[in-house]
Each structure stands twice: as structure tokens, then as C-alpha cells.
Design a protein around this ligand. Structure first.
Ligand code: NAD
Length: 479
């Protein structure tokens, strides 16, 4: 059996269908066409996956770091060998333009190689004691079975960003991907299988009923860690439930990124950067700027350059080379775009580009709203779509205050050529990530994560593996 036959459950090293044979349809958001089916797991299959992960833990956690590293390194090579196939599947299942899908596969593979290396660097420490005869040693040990829950917007890299550090640390995993993108998840697990990840170490449970599977994962005492990427709303519910069994939690949640353009920066250069990162993944990325603040003296030049660039973007199917922006993921996302634009219009914003659906289906025109104010929904809510909100400001203090006027705290950006200002503002921004003249401040080698309602913990970088390790103090008195 292979993942392609609707048998997308990967449990204990083997592909299978749901116990009752149930499947759910997977569609292409660009056309609405059914492109495949996935196994629709429930509580029983989730328990099987948990049993497999629990059984595999003693052996995998005792395995040498070099063996774990070799497996991940093979997965890295295999994923790159298969990059084109994976990127095409991603464009079809999730909608992003092929170029962006190729970039995501590269980013996803980076986590495999980064954590292959990091597995060899799980160092302990020794601590001097006040007593001559006493020794303190600090060990870092795998937390145990991990439950991973991932979103649809980055359907390959969000999986490797969790599974790679978990298995590098010696943990075993049960992963539940988003119901919109189970086929990408199965393709990642095919890579892990072929790379030689032993049975039970990494398990995949696809479902159209996330709460049913999620409840089993969250209520299980065997699961010692929840790692979740998705909305703040769902993240809070899951974190509360995880508290009953005192699981460790990492939460990568929503964002509401500010993008500050100071008058010492070239407004045309800043407009180019803002347009690139705003419409990344059709605006469906947690690091997309949601509020673009421009200092008043440069506002008109910025608005003109930005609007001209946005008007050139073309919404269309991801596999069409002419498309620079893909479809939205579903009808709810479309309704949110229409509501945010209508609300902003009614409260006095001007629509300088787009503002409407683009033809039939789930395409929305890349949109520019000027003179947005704090009373508008787009100013407060995570948009998660192709709408750019522009807001003028007068001075640095006002810009910082407005940027920080949100409960979210993931990514933030500023454009300036003044070195002291860059330092001052980056220190004052209450966000987990700041890009200074940099629209891509992310890498597998760097810590990614937010503060406030954007979540807890960091993924990637040297700290990424810590999320999967417990610290144990061993004190010894020499006899
Ligand atoms: P979502 O919260 O609706 O879903 C995320 C995952 O949670 C999916 O797998 C879904 O099936 C699952 N889920 C939903 N309800 C559940 C339940 N009751 N029990 C168990 N699982 C449940 O989010 P989404 O719409 O898929 O993703 C978009 C959100 O993700 C945005 O808010 C975005 O900002 C955020 N995101 C954050 C990051 C980050 O790194 N901070 C990265 C990507 C996306």
C-alpha cells in the first residue's frame, strides 16, 4: 500500500487506510477540483499511532546521535532529489506559485540538515559545587512522545521544522497535519520512510476531524510535549487542554506584523520590500506585514511606488508561470477579505488597487488600502490574505507605539538608513523577530517564534532542539 491510494496513515513504519476505510477529498484551491483523497482517521487510529510512538521511544532515545544524524541527512538529500515533485504537489494542493513552492521545499530541507547536525551537539554541563566531595552534572534528555499539529499554509516546512528536531533529540512523534494539505504531509513522510527512520519513530495521522484526533493526543499521558503551529484561537484551546497532563508546549501562532518606513529610507526601495513580503504566499504567512506605517514626508512617494508594484501582481493558479499570487485557501478566507475591505471602505479608507474578487473561484485581487485607521478591522485582525493596509505616522515614538499596539508579537520590520534609529527601534519593538531593511529574517539556523498572543517557544536555530529536551540535574557525593 502507498500513500497515494488514500492510505495516508503512516503508523509504525507502514502505510494504511483508516480502520473503517473512511477517506476525505483533497481539493486544488485554484480550481476546486478533487486531486486526491486522504485517510480519515479518528480516535482509534490515533491511539494506534501513540502506541507505536510509545513503543519506539526506548530504542530511539537510546540510539546514538550519529545514527539519528545519518537518518536526517539522508532525508535531506532525498527531499532535495524530489524537490520538483514536492513543489508541484504543494502548488496544486495549497495553491502557492511554483517558485514559492520550490523555495519552501529548500527551507523545509534545511531543517533536516540543520537538526541532523544539532543532534550531535546535545551537550551537557558540569557545575562546580560548594562542597569538595559533591559533583553536579546536567544532562539533556529527550522529552518522550511528541504530538505535532501543523497548518496548511506552509505544508512541508512546518512539518520538518517540528519532526526534524524531535527525532534529532531522540523523541518519537505523532503528527497531525492540516486537513487541507494531507498529501504534502504524506509526501514528507515518504521521504522519512525511505531515509530509514525506524518504524514508530515518526507517525502520521491524517483526518478531517481535527478535534477528535487532537483530543486523543492532548489527553494522553504518554504525550509529553505538544508542538503546534496555527491560529492563536486554536493554540489557546490546545494549550489549556495540555495543562491537564502538564505537557510541555511550543506554540507558533498568528501574527500582525508592523512594517515601519522612516523618512531617511528610500521609499521606492522600501515599497519593493513591502510588496514582496506582504504578498508572500498570497498574504497567507504568519510573518506577512499587516500594518504598513510610513513616515508622512515620504508617504506619497511610498504609496505611489507600492501601488504601482501591487497593480502588476497577478492572481492565478500556482502552476501557471504568469501567476505571482495564488488562490486563497477557502471560502472563509474569501469572506474575510471582502469583509475587511468593506469595513475599511465604510470607515474612510481609499482602495488604491484591487479590493475585489479576481474572476471566479478563490482569487482575490492584490489590494492596497490607504489611510487606514485604528478603528478599522484590518488594523486589528490578522488579515491572512492579499490586503495591504497603509498608515501614515509623524515621528519615531508614534511609530513604535502604533507598532506595539497589538496583542500579537511575531515578526516586525523597519526600513531606515540611520544606524542609531535601527538599534533604538529594534530594541523597542515587542516582537520575536525584527527585520531591519530585511524582508526575510528567517532561516533554519535562526530562532523563529513570537511573544504575547503569537506564542511560546522557538523553532530552528541552536535553541530549536531544546524544545524537545528535558534538563536533568544529577548531584553526586563521592563515597
Ligand atoms: P488553525 O488553527 O485553524 O489550524 C492549525 C492546525 O490545528 C490544523 O492542523 C488544524 O486541523 C488543527 N486544529 C484545529 N482545531 C483543532 C482542535 N480542536 N484540536 C486539534 N487540532 C486542531 O490554523 P490554520 O488556518 O491552519 O493556519 C493559519 C494560522 O496559522 C494563522 O493564524 C497563522 O498566522 C498561523 N501560523 C503561524 C506560524 C508561526 O510560525 N507562528 C506559521 C504558519 C502559520
Amino acid at each position: 500500500m502507498s500513500a497515494q491510494d488514500g492510505a495516508t496513515l503512516y503508523i509504525d513504519g507502514a502505510w494504511s487506510a483508516a480502520g473503517d476505510g473512511a477517506t476525505f477529498a483533497v481539493t486544488d484551491p485554484a480550481t476546486g477540483a478533487v486531486i486526491g483523497k486522504a485517510a480519515d482517521a479518528g480516535a482509534a487510529e490515533t491511539r494506534e499511532a501513540l502506541a507505536a510512538a510509545s513503543a519506539a521511544f526506548p530504542l530511539w532515545s537510546a540510539e546514538s546521535a550519529y545514527t539519528r544524524a545519518d537518518v536526517l541527512a539522508r532525508a535531506h538529500t532525498l527531499m532535495l532529489d524530489r524537490a520538483e515533485e514536492l513543489a508541484r504537489l504543494m502548488s496544486t494542493e495549497q495553491g502557492k506559485p511554483l517558485k514559492a513552492a520550490r523555495a519552501e521545499v529548500g527551507y523545509a530541507a534545511d531543517f533536516l540538515s540543520w537538526f541532523a547536525e544539532e543532534s550531535k551537539r546535545v551537550y551537557g554541563t558540569t557545575i562546580p559545587s560548594r562542597r569538595r566531595e559533591q559533583r553536579f552534572t546536567v544532562l539533556r534528555q529527550p522529552v518522550g512522545v511528541v504530538a505535532g499539529i501543523t497548518p496548511w499554509n506552509y505544508p512541508v516546512s512546518m512539518i520538518t521544522r517540528k519532526v526534524a528536531p524531535a527525532i534529532a533529540a531522540g523523541c518519537t512523534v505523532v503528527l497531525k497535519p492540516a486537513e487541507q494539505t494531507p498529501l504534502c504531509a504524506a509526501a514528507v513522510f515518504e521521504v522519512l520512510h525511505e531515509a530509514g527512520v525506524p518504524g514508530g519513530v515518526a507517525n502520521l495521522v491524517t483526518t478531517s476531524r481535527p478535534a477528535e484526533v487532537g483530543d486523543v493526543l492532548l489527553d494522553s499521558r504518554a504525550v509529553r510535549k505538544l508542538t503546534f503551529t496555527g491560529s492563536t484561537e486554536v493554540g489557546k484551546v490546545l494549550a489549556a487542554r495540555a495543562a491537564a497532563t502538564m505537557k510541555r508546549v511550543s506554540l507558533e501562532l498568528g501574527g500582525h506584523a508592523p512594517f515601519l518606513v522612516f523618512d531617511d529610507a528610500d521609499p521606492v526601495h522600501a515599497a519593493k520590500g513591502a510588496a514582496l513580503v506582504k504578498f508572500l504566499n498570497t498574504g497567507q504567512a504568519c510573518i506577512c506585514p499587516n500594518r504598513i506605517y510610513v513616515q508622512r514626508s515620504g508617504y506619497d512617494r511610498f504609496v505611489a511606488a507600492f501601488t504601482e508594484r501591487v497593480a502588476r501582481l497577478k492572481a492565478g493558479p500556482g502552476l501557471d508561470p504568469a501567476s505571482t499570487v495564488g488562490p486563497l485557501i477557502d471560502a472563509d478566507a474569501m469572506a474575510k477579505m471582502e469583509d475587511q475591505v468593506a469595513d475599511a471602505r465604510a470607515k474612510g479608507a481609499s482602495v488604491l488597487a484591487g479590493g475585489e474578487r479576481a474572476g471566479n473561484g478563490l482569487f482575490f485581487q492584490p489590494t492596497v488600502l490607504a489611510d487606514v485607521t485604528p478603528r478599522m478591522r484590518v488594523y486589528r485582525e490578522e488579515t491572512f490574505g492579499p490586503i495591504a493596509a497603509l498608515i501614515p505616522f509623524d515621528d519615531e515614538d508614534e511609530a513604535i507605539a502604533m507598532a506595539n499596539d497589538t496583542d500579537y508579537g511575531l515578526a516586525s520590520y523597519l526600513y531606515t538608513t540611520d544606524l542609531a534609529r535601527a538599534t533604538r527601534v529594534s530594541e523597542a519593538l515587542r516582537f520575536g523577530i525584527v527585520g531591519i531593511n530585511d524582508i526575510n529574517p528567517t532561516s533554519a539556523a535562526a530562532p523563529f517564534g513570537g511573544v504575547g498572543d503569537s506564542g511560546l517557544g522557538r523553532e530552528g536555530g541552536a535553541r530549536g532542539i531544546d524544545e524537545y529536551l528535558d534538563v536533568k540535574l544529577v548531584g553526586q557525593v563521592l563515597g
